[in-house]
Design a binder for this molecule. Sequence first.
Ligand code: ZN
Ligand code: ZN
Ligand code: ZN
Length: 148
Amino acid sequence: MAASNTMMSLPKLEEYLSAKGYRLTDQRRALLQVLWEADCCLTAQELYTRVLAARPGTNFSTVYRNLEVLNQLGVICLVDNGQQAHAFELNVDGAHHHHIVCRSCGRTRRLDFCPFDAWSGPEGFVCVEHKFEVYGYCESCSPKARKR
Ligand SMILES: [Zn+2]
Ligand SMILES: [Zn+2]
Ligand SMILES: [Zn+2]
């Protein structure tokens, strides 16, 4: 997504996508709405469940294909939670945040802190994206909890 100082809004995002030639069908709108309302990443299955509630009759492969397209357009990003099912979330201005990920159960939590806020990088280098994930074990999976 092009750098911009203004916070993205859902109508603006739709405008951006249609300018890229992305046809905004009802199902695609419903998916965008769900992504927009989620405050952190969701797996394709979780997204599908929510889209289905809004648009009965939607099938999983349609949702998945749309996620792939949105990912190619750079509008969403994949959060690698170390599990089979990757999680997705919007990658637009105003939605930026990082995660802590449990290595054992894959539970992902939002981190409202960006370690790169203060980083300016080498001169001449234009940074468009960065990733930062912290891996560990959540309360229920930490070795301590496992011993019981
Ligand atoms: Zn998130
Ligand atoms: Zn865990
Ligand atoms: Zn950041």
